[in-house]
Design a protein around this ligand. Sequence first.
Ligand code: GLY
Length: 381
Amino acid sequence: MTVPLKHSNPITVDVALGDRTYDIVVGREVLPSLGARIAALRPGTRTAIVTDRTVAKHWLEPTEASLAAAGIPSSRIIVAEGEGSKSYAGLTEVSEALIAAKIERSDLVIALGGGVVGDLAGFAASILRRGVDFVQVPTSLLAQVDSSVGGKTGINSPQGKNLIGAFHQPVLVIADTSVLDTLSPRQFRAGYAEVAKYGVLGDEAFFTWLEANHADIVSGGAAREHAIATSCRAKAAIVSRDERETGERALLNLGHTFGHALEAATGFSDRLFHGEGVAIGMVLAAEFSASLGMIAQADAARVKRHLAAVGLPTGLQDIGGFAQEGLADADALMALMAQDKKVKRGKLTFILLEAVGRAVIARDVEPAPVRDFLKAKLAGN
Ligand code: GLY
């Protein structure tokens, strides 16, 4: 694969869904084009921007300026940052603010932020006046390559993550790669786990390219646009074929069965970002695949080596305080996995590997070999 040498013109990735087809526009400094793109897509529309306090500090004014330059009226709704806003209370706050802003059926909600804002604003749009269109302007790497694409929106229930929600596709996604410059290195790396995931699950050549180019992606070089556009293209292809996750969309959950259990074990807190849980989960999925004889140990080691080279955690022992707090217990982790949406009648669904670049959905996995595998990992084997 050729490494792009210069920042390219914006790259447009199509999410092909019939009359709900939309563009993801990826590029450095594409945010200023937001207003003109919306004016072309939806002449005469009014907008409400939903964002959080941290993102607002950096990106609200440029977003409003772009809309104003295109003659598009906008109002702003600013929520507290963090997972706490993805709640019934957060949904009430945003819905009432959208009604107060007089957002009507033909208007647009703009989600400006990371995964929390995108999920919350998208879900509020899906139920406001029985459905208003929305635009995603993702400002984290994780949101640019995963949560802003594909139409999953929702909030958390006190009983679990993302249990209340709707499929509601955006009408446009603007992924400005320069906004990622304000992310902390740790947040950026967490998002990178989802980029690597596309290579591991379906594109060995992309994984090889990532092994060679990850430093340029992190530093904001031209490889960043290429990596984000390739990730979006991979997700768009899967979503186009299986929007409602009745089949292959489940492949996107690679690393998530183990990862969600680890996130739950650490209280969905800053101790383990979602992408970090996915990184460890992906290594565990690869090692579990190797333990079942599906791939060579060397393949699992290759996945681990790359994620470690980027600075991501790759093992249970990398989670701070894990052993001391009694979380390093295979039965406790099994119990957390049993609460996952991916469980049916006691059997687990895992995304396993047949090769680096070829994942498969393994339904009906018996708990016993998973428990034995986790015991061995916890013992440091
Ligand atoms: N994040 C996985 C999906 O959108 O299906």
